[in-house]
Design a protein around this ligand. Structure first.
Ligand SMILES: [Zn+2]
Length: 196
């Protein structure tokens, strides 16, 4: 990174405490608003057709899924226009997770069915690796969705960037690489460690 490309750090950010070299935010909104360079397009908005071609029968099933909850009633129009997972209700996520979608999209839907809303960040498009934030304020555990192209398997782990710890002490296959990518992303965006 060239010196002039360095991210400006706001005073608000500088006042944040450091933990193991990372600046700890307790609110994701603060963190994003202090990323002068990187906050635009920060969130990844996954769509049902990610990585697959939706056939007519699948599209037909998607169209027919209905729910009575307020989340569905409010967001269904936006969902039908965009097919974005963020507009799916918890209940319809369960039904959508039975369709032939990309393994990593199925994982996102299953987690949504259990735990509700989540915000996503695409960490790596090649594998892919997607980070999931279930809350603006609980940032200690981040969901990490990882798809292994070679084995055609998608897995979800939780990662604590402050403790540098995976949930249950398990590392995914190639865990060190994934961990390094996560740490780099966090350092380059909202957890910039030091002012230069
Ligand atoms: Zn619903």
């Amino acid at each position: 990174m060239k010196k002039e490309d360095k991210i400006e750090i706001s005073d608000k950010k500088i006042k944040r405490p450091l933990k193991k070299g990372l600046r700890e935010f307790d609110d994701l909104r603060d963190a994003i608003s202090s990323m002068e360079e990187h906050n635009r397009n920060f969130y990844f908005k996954p769509v049902l057709g990610y990585g697959v071609k939706l056939d007519a029968s699948t599209l037909n099933k998607i169209t027919r899924i209905e729910c009575n909850c307020s989340d569905f009633l409010q967001n269904h129009g936006d969902f039908m226009k965009s097919m974005e997972i963020r507009f799916v209700s918890k209940h319809t996520a369960t039904k959508l997770a039975e369709l032939p979608l990309h393994p990593i999209i199925l994982l996102l839907l299953r987690n949504k069915a259990k735990h509700g809303k989540e915000r996503y960040v695409m960490l790596s498009e090649n594998e892919p690796i997607i980070l999931g934030f279930v809350s603006f304020v609980k940032l200690n555990w981040i969901n990490v969705y990882h798809y292994d192209n070679k084995r055609d398997v998608a897995i979800r782990f939780s990662f604590n960037p402050f403790e540098n710890k995976w949930s249950y002490g398990k590392l995914p296959p190639d865990g060190k690489t994934v961990e390094n990518k996560i740490m780099t992303l966090l350092q380059q965006t909202f957890l910039q460690a030091e002012r230069f």
